[in-house]
Design a protein around this ligand. Structure first.
Ligand SMILES: C[S@@+](CC[C@H](N)C(=O)[O-])C[C@H]1O[C@@H](n2cnc3c(N)ncnc32)[C@H](O)[C@@H]1O
Length: 233
């Protein structure tokens, strides 16, 4: 039994932001995972470890095959499922992925050893707060799938490491629909995340030098394209 995640870990995934029958349709009618990705998906579901849901998997396959990024940064590795998905669908890409949870790092290492057959993935162990400033490279695709209240904190450093034309995707930004409600209707324990996400939306959605898109897949994706070199948030 995996220690890291409680039964509430997927709270918002049980509050879909589009109707249940559409979620079911997207999860069952789109091509299923195969081989190691199917195994890892089943393991994550069995152990209640949050990984991207199937509708996001299908979207990532499409995006990776279309954009073919060369240098990807991911914050939030967990067991390595999304990193291996990106590696499979962008075979030329180098992927740097960050996680701070020892138990997840253990699983991810094991999975990369077995399934990262092209040696595309490098795992950085530690808190993104400490590691982001030390990154030396630039990236053309960044996937942020970690603590949501921190997205706004990480964003300036991420933008510094993003090429012009590069894309950031942030996962789980709708809080099961809470972001569209007044704060007093949001559970007290969720309000720090709510405030962090509102700051993120304020800073990005109408920014003149960013192109953004909100996509209602899973608990929502915020997509950001960097349009000029120096972005002041
Ligand atoms: C939702 S899971 C990632 C799932 C993975 N992207 C997938 O779809 O297969 C979130 C992960 O982010 C990690 N995390 C959260 N905040 C972090 C931080 N500040 N620095 C590094 N890792 C972090 C957690 O330890 C957890 O393993």
């Amino acid at each position: 039994m995996v220690q890291s995640y409680s039964k509430n870990a997927n709270h918002n995934m049980r509050r879909p932001v589009v109707s249940e029958n559409i979620v079911h349709f997207m999860r069952t009618r789109q091509k299923q995972n195969e081989a190691h990705l199917a195994k890892l998906e089943a393991f994550a579901h069995q152990e209640n470890i949050p990984i991207i849901p199937h509708e996001t998997v299908a979207y990532f396959r499409f995006l990776m095959q279309t954009i073919q990024p060369k240098n990807i940064l991911e914050i939030g590795t967990a067991i390595g499922f999304s990193a291996l998905l990106m590696a499979e669908n962008a075979p030329q890409a180098k992927i740097t992925t960050i996680d701070r949870n020892e138990e997840m790092i253990g699983f991810a290492k094991e999975n990369f050893e077995k399934y990262d057959t092209r040696n595309q993935i490098q795992l950085l162990e530690g808190d993104a707060v400490d590691l982001l400033g030390g990154l030396k490279e630039t990236y053309d695709f960044v996937f942020m799938d970690s603590a949501k209240s921190k997205y706004i904190v990480f964003l300036p450093e991420i933008l510094n490491h993003l090429t012009v034309g590069g894309v950031i995707i942030m996962d789980d930004i709708f809080q099961g629909g809470d972001v569209a409600r007044p704060i007093l209707e949001v559970r007290r324990g969720q309000r720090t995340i709510y405030k962090g996400l509102q700051r993120l939306f304020d800073a990005t959605l109408t920014h003149p030098d960013l192109t953004t898109g909100l996509v209602p897949l899973g608990d929502g994706l915020l997509m950001i394209r960097k349009n000029t070199e120096n972005i002041v948030l």
